[in-house]
Design a protein around this ligand. Structure first.
Ligand code: SF4
Length: 301
């Protein structure tokens, strides 16, 4: 008897899912530093290199030492040299100064696209505008931007999106400059700019959302509209992964998982078309593992 298994779902991976150029670049830098180090020489990294627990664990096993801040870096003996890697999110200029003063050799992996909002933030403040940043205040990228304008005499606000515009208390005489965290949704930024325009005297807005973010958000929006389930893979501390899950949830059922161990067979029942996407710091390997697990659980293999 030939057994025909019906109801196998179609599985689609979003175009441009997984590592972006900034992540590829920083992981390559980390690998190079680890390969060149002397046997007992630690290579430090300020914060988790990328927001992906598996990748961080892999690099830790190879000898990378992750510290939460420069305060955790040990003082160096006279003449001693140690390397420290700055991740793609960047840091405030004051942090680089401290690292140099402590005698550390800096390897700056700040994504070139993250340096753009730094530059515009400074320009906005130097030109006498109020600075409004759309983003998560605690995110390292925003901390770096705030550090860029630290000590300059200007009002600086960070808000999550247009829904928080009241907090800005914009006056009719205000000149406002706006930028966004590189991984925030463009629609929210455009809406915020429009809202500020209704109240302020003058508005200057720079679209600082990176192309990789645009592409991923566009791709998941398109995918989610034709799937009855979307699985988004990536660290829960990854801003861009959370945004992808947020967008997919607007159109269909979506689960955000960190890796294949969190996938549940019950989610797949009765689903005809399953989409997979992943944040900019999720390795291809993790995407493939989830795809294979879905195929097994739904009887495709
Ligand atoms: S998401 Fe964009 S800004 Fe962030 S590291 Fe990747 S390419 Fe750079």
């Amino acid at each position: 008897m030939i057994q025909v298994q019906l109801n196998k779902p179609i599985i689609e991976i979003a175009s441009s899912a997984g590592w972006c150029f900034g992540v590829e670049r920083i992981v390559e830098m980390a690998e190079k530093l680890l390969a060149q180090r002397a046997p007992d020489e630690p290579v430090y990294c300020l914060g988790e290199l990328i927001h992906n627990p598996q990748e961080v664990a892999r690099l830790r096993a190879k000898g990378m030492v992750f510290v939460k801040s420069h305060e955790e870096l040990p003082p160096l003996e006279p003449g001693q040299r140690r390397k420290v890697l700055i991740r793609a999110h960047g840091v405030a200029p004051s942090v680089k100064k401290i690292l140099r003063e402590k005698g550390y050799e800096i390897f700056d992996g700040t994504c070139p696209l993250v340096t753009i909002p730094h530059r515009f933030a400074r320009e906005i403040v130097e030109q006498g505008y109020r600075l409004v940043i759309m983003g998560d205040r605690e995110h390292p990228e925003i901390q770096g931007i705030l550090g860029e304008v630290e000590g300059l005499n200007a009002r600086v606000d960070v808000i999550p999106g247009p829904e928080a515009i009241e907090a800005l208390q914009i006056k009719a005489s205000d000149r406002v400059g706006l930028i966004s965290q590189t991984t925030h949704p463009f629609e929210k930024f455009a809406q915020l700019v429009g809202e500020v325009l209704k109240h302020a005297l003058e508005v200057k807005a720079y679209n600082t959302i990176c192309q990789a973010t645009f592409d991923r958000q566009d791709a998941i929006r398109e995918l989610a509209q034709r799937c009855d389930l979307v699985i988004v893979i990536g660290g829960r501390n990854s801003s861009n992964t959370c945004r992808l899950a947020e967008i997919a949830s607007q159109y269909t059922v979506c689960y955000h998982i960190e890796d294949v161990s969190e996938l549940k067979g019950a989610w797949l029942q009765g689903k005809r078309r399953i989409g997979i996407s992943a944040g900019a710091s999720t390795p291809t390997r993790c995407i493939e593992e989830v795809k294979t697990a879905i195929e097994h659980l739904s009887g495709c293999l």
